[in-house]
Design a protein around this ligand. Structure first.
Ligand SMILES: NC(=O)c1ccc[n+]([C@@H]2O[C@H](COP(=O)([O-])OP(=O)(O)OC[C@H]3O[C@@H](n4cnc5c(N)ncnc54)[C@H](O)[C@@H]3O)[C@@H](O)[C@H]2O)c1
Length: 254
């Protein structure tokens, strides 16, 4: 299959399901070889199976982004398998929501570990290869929660942190023809948002109806909506787009 990303290798963290899977699929559809790491072994194998049935080249590794050695190992294996890493998508994420007075140290550390340390671990591991080849596209997945969201002090701090991380990487790595950009999704239909509905004791449909009143396009998003934005940032032609945060939320954000 040939396409915009033919000859490119995309490394997607947390790509077993949801947004990460949608992004990996989009890169594969447009010709890229994809490497997916995830902590969920069962879902990861099902996704790999799905990609292979579609005829896509995929490398997978069970790895926790919060663990530097696991990320480093998966990055090295990907380069050995496919020859390079051209695109990194820092997508792996968890929520551990609670109002501040109920939030535990563990809730805080877990969320910081996956989103912030995870993105740091992966960016640090891939930069060597990207610098050597003088080409790279790093895409960090933030959230509209970076602007503040009740019950998410940990998550919103991590997602806002990723925006600062993006801008600094853009400054440091730009001269190597490596761009770093950030996508901040609004409400996207995935297991993560389905679990949130369950946790707060409403149906997913009730959560959707409550939300779309405030979404100008009148619908919630799908992983493919985020994949579109990722494909734009990953495009070779987007080489002058660097250090940006794109809110993909069906409307302007305040
Ligand atoms: N769904 C939304 O509405 C929404 C909105 C804004 C931002 N986001 C962000 O988008 C990203 C993807 O979210 P999603 O909705 O697809 O969630 P999801 O829970 O459906 O998928 C997340 C994936 O990351 C994996 N993962 C979790 N911890 C990991 C770790 N330590 N190492 C490796 N993999 C790990 C999970 O196993 C899962 O496969 C997350 O960063 C999330 O914060 C989601």
């Amino acid at each position: 299959m040939s396409g915009r990303f033919t000859g490119r290798v995309a490394f997607v963290t947390g790509g077993a399901r949801g947004i990460g899977k949608g992004v990996a699929l989009r890169f594969a559809e447009e010709g890229a070889k994809v490497a997916i790491i995830d902590v969920d072994e069962v879902t990861l194998s099902a996704t790999v199976e799905d990609f292979r049935e579609k005829g896509y080249s995929v490398y997978s590794q069970v790895a926790d982004v919060a663990e530097a050695d696991q990320v480093q190992g998966a990055v090295e294996q990907t380069v050995q398998t496919f020859g390079s890493i051209d695109v990194l998508v820092n997508n792996a994420g968890v929520t551990k929501d609670n109002l501040l007075f109920k939030m535990t140290d563990e809730d805080w550390e877990d969320v910081m570990g996956v989103h912030l340390r995870g993105a740091f671990n992966a960016a640090r591991a891939v930069q060597k290869y990207m610098v050597d080849q003088k080409y790279g596209r790093i895409i960090n997945i933030s959230s509209t929660s970076a602007l503040g969201n009740r019950g998410q002090t940990n998550y919103s701090a991590a997602k806002a942190g990723l925006q600062g991380f993006t801008k600094t990487l853009a400054i440091e790595l730009g001269k190597y023809n490596i761009t770093t950009n950030c996508i901040a999704p609004g409400f996207i239909e995935t297991d993560m948002t389905r679990d949130t509905a369950k946790r707060i004791g409403i149906t997913f449909e009730e959560m959707v109806q409550g939300s779309i009143k405030n979404i100008p396009v009148g619908r919630i998003g799908a992983p493919a909506d985020i994949a579109n934005a990722a494909a734009f940032f990953a495009d070779e032609k987007s080489s002058f787009v660097n250090g940006q945060v794109l809110y993909v939320a069906g409307g302007p954000t305040v």
